[in-house]
Design a protein around this ligand. Structure first.
Ligand SMILES: [Zn+2]
Length: 202
């Protein structure tokens, strides 16, 4: 089992890294296609990520929307609400501050749904889908592109898009390919709009 797993890690690493190296040389002008592998083959297993939002207050409807968006967008990982038989690895809570997600590993972590961002005019469903993007292993990309989720607050308060773009979908599929989670360093993603750089390695 361990040998098989190691092989998968290696294969996935090659799968991820080679297109990156190629893309940086030949596709620099094509920002959407250049960042991650897009040739993800169909898989026969799916990673289920159980979540609970009992302390998410008014955000619960946004959580329902955002999990449905992700579930309809990606094939290799699905959000399912935790129950008595399935313990949550993702906890969503309402806070009075700015949104923030702490994740030790894709598919697990704590999402702080910060009311201050909504008070500033940012879309609650977009915020929720963005933070769940962190849970799925996506980093921030504050490039101002409203078509993307991980552009976050850089796209402005007029941006209400709550769907990932093709590149973000491909990244998540690569991370969860064949039901396997690509291991990553623990991260705290702080989405305070007053701070230009949010990525903190934990
Ligand atoms: Zn973020």
């Amino acid at each position: 089992m361990r040998t098989k797993l190691t092989a998968r890690v290696f294969a996935l690493g090659v799968c991820v890294l080679l297109p990156l190296a190629t893309a940086s040389v030949s596709q620099a002008a094509s920002s959407q296609a250049a960042s991650f592998p897009t040739a993800v083959t169909p898989h026969d297993s799916v990673r289920v990520v159980y979540y609970e939002d009992t302390d998410a207050g008014d955000w619960q409807s946004d959580v329902a929307t955002a999990t449905a968006v992700w579930n309809s967008s990606v094939d290799d990982v699905k959000f399912v609400e935790a129950d008595s038989e399935h313990q949550a690895t993702v906890h969503l809570i309402a806070t009075s501050g700015w949104p923030e997600t702490s994740s030790d590993d894709p598919g697990s972590g704590t999402v702080e749904l910060g009311e201050e961002a909504v008070s500033e005019g940012y879309s609650a469903p977009r915020i929720t889908a963005h933070e769940l993007g962190h849970i799925l292993g996506l980093p921030d990309n504050y490039n101002g592109d409203c078509a993307a989720l991980m552009s976050g607050h850089s796209a402005g308060t007029d941006c209400t898009n709550d769907h990932p773009d093709a590149s973000e979908i491909a990244n998540v599929e690569a991370i969860f390919a064949d039901g396997f989670r690509l291991r990553m360093p623990a991260h705290v993603y702080r989405d305070d709009a007053a701070t230009p750089s949010m990525l903190v390695h934990g």
